[in-house]
Ligand binder design. Structure first.
Ligand code: HEC
Length: 147
């Protein structure tokens, strides 16, 4: 019994340590300080939206969850396009693809929330968060040196 607990503890401890080593392999994307701040602000909006979606769903307030998801869908991309023009040039195409897929997935999720299809909602949420996790494993932002 005691040995079993020790093995479980060892597994938990090693699993907790792996993200640190993984992160070192992330590819750096170089942006100016302002551009980096801008993208990170957008990121925080995504997390906030995800939170509001969960709040809405847990209160069975589908309308609130729907609006929260729509807010960061493809509409957000179109609104920010002008401001992001310079940033978009600097982003690798894989990054952009994942980014657009994420915004698009918020629209798809909004659609299943609108239909109150709980199974589809769960499915679409897990697809959505897989994009967040995948991209975070692949990239990091760094500030480029002033010329
Ligand atoms: C296309 C790539 C990509 C996708 C998709 C993505 N992120 Fe990020 N995110 C990043 C990068 C790169 C950083 C900066 C990480 C670093 O430099 O250490 C970041 C940082 C963040 C941060 C930190 C913000 C801060 O102020 O430091 C939050 C919160 C975040 N992301 C939330 C999300 C959520 C939630 C999703 C999914 C709904 C998501 N991101 C999807 C690339 C992405």
């Amino acid at each position: 019994m005691k040995i079993k607990i020790q093995i479980i503890l060892l597994i938990i401890m090693t699993n907790c340590q792996t993200p640190k080593t993984n992160n070192e392999q992330r590819k750096a994307i170089f942006l100016t300080k302002e551009e980096k701040e801008f993208v990170l602000m957008e990121m925080r909006e995504l997390l906030k939206a995800l939170h509001y979606i969960h709040v809405g769903l847990s209160n069975e307030n589908y309308e609130f969850a729907y609006q929260s998801s729509k807010k960061v869908g493809m509409n957000m991309v179109n609104e920010l396009k002008a401001a992001e023009k310079m940033i978009l040039i600097k982003l690798p195409s894989e990054f952009k693809k994942l980014g657009f897929a994420t915004h698009n997935q918020f629209d798809i999720l909004a659609d299943s929330i609108n239909k109150k299809d709980n199974k589809k909602i769960q499915e679409n949420l897990s697809i959505l968060t897989s994009y967040c996790v995948n991209c975070h494993d692949l990239y990091k932002f760094e500030v480029e040196h002033e010329k």
